[in-house]
Design a protein around this ligand. Structure first.
Ligand SMILES: Nc1ncnc2c1ncn2[C@@H]1O[C@H](COP(=O)(O)OP(=O)(O)OP(=O)(O)O)[C@@H](O)[C@H]1O
Length: 252
């Protein structure tokens, strides 16, 4: 549905409230993400971070408020999950969901040609542009040397990167990434920060994460949610020294 709201933002949540059985998971939540930006979202358990992502992707409908996408061109709160995905919004859930029995390369191929079934896709010959795109993605996600490995044999961190690569194959304009470094080693965490910074050179990214060392490494604007609203927003130094943020989240 066309919205025709005037805004420079790629994503604009405007007064979003969501209740579950009378409990307000999101409470008049408003914030904007500009095109080309990477935004880190932090906040205590139950702050509403996952619900916010669910609202953006159409999994949960807000009770009130609008979600504008594409400089106000669309109101996502009026669209279903498929329509939203087709507008170019890709989401990576916390747990990796790669095809464990298939190779790294075939996983990317499946993501590139996700309009066909698994068997048909893998029997179909791969075109030169598809090969090139797979090479580019393998470079980005640092898995070129493992392209023929079965995905099930990858480390947890490598599976997360592969899944990020599968999202990239769909050429999203906006990537939503939910706790990408949970369970990763310190080295993998820092690699993931680098990877997302590289991806952010061409795509807008919203990343939810509890790992503050990782968020600091990203070096981007941070939004702290609490009880379904924005508690603080700014640089990591501004947010992490905010008295309320320390009280409800960091100081615990
Ligand atoms: N489907 C649901 N039914 C009932 N309550 C829900 C539902 N989904 C979320 N909630 C509640 O809404 C609140 C916000 O949850 P949400 O998962 O969005 O928080 P979060 O910030 O992502 O937390 P975490 O950091 O633990 O992932 C929580 O109190 C949660 O229990």
């Amino acid at each position: 549905m066309d919205a025709n709201k005037t805004t420079s933002a790629l994503l604009y949540l405007d007064g979003i409230s969501v209740s579950f059985d009378g409990f307000k998971a999101l409470n008049e939540l408003s914030f904007m993400v500009e095109p080309g930006e990477m935004r880190a979202i932090i906040g205590p358990n139950g702050a509403g971070k996952t619900t916010m992502m669910d609202v953006v992707t159409g999994k949960t409908r807000p009770d009130t408020g609008d979600v504008y996408f594409g400089q106000g061109a669309y109101d996502l709160s009026k669209l279903d999950e498929t329509e939203i995905a087709e507008l170019g919004i890709g989401r990576k859930f916390q747990k990796p969901t790669v095809f464990e029995m298939h190779t790294v390369e075939d996983n990317l191929l499946l993501a590139l040609k996700n309009d066909r079934g698994v068997r048909a896709t893998l029997l179909w010959s791969t075109s030169a542009p598809q090969e090139k795109r797979i090479d580019e993605i393998l470079d980005t996600i640092r898995l070129k040397h493992l392209r023929s490995r079965v995905a099930g044999s990858l480390s947890h961190g490598q599976k997360q990167w592969l899944e990020i690569g599968m999202l990239l194959a769909q050429e999203p304009k906006l990537l939503l990434v939910d706790e990408p470094v949970a369970g990763m080693t310190d080295a993998e965490t820092m690699q993931t920060a680098l990877l997302l910074k590289e991806i952010n050179q061409t795509k807008t990214v919203v990343v939810v994460e509890h790992d503050m060392a990782f968020v600091r490494e990203l070096g981007v604007k941070v939004t702290c949610l609490h009880e379904g609203s924005v508690l603080a927003e700014g640089t990591i130094d501004q947010v992490s020294t905010n008295d309320r943020v320390v009280e409800v989240y960091l100081g615990r």
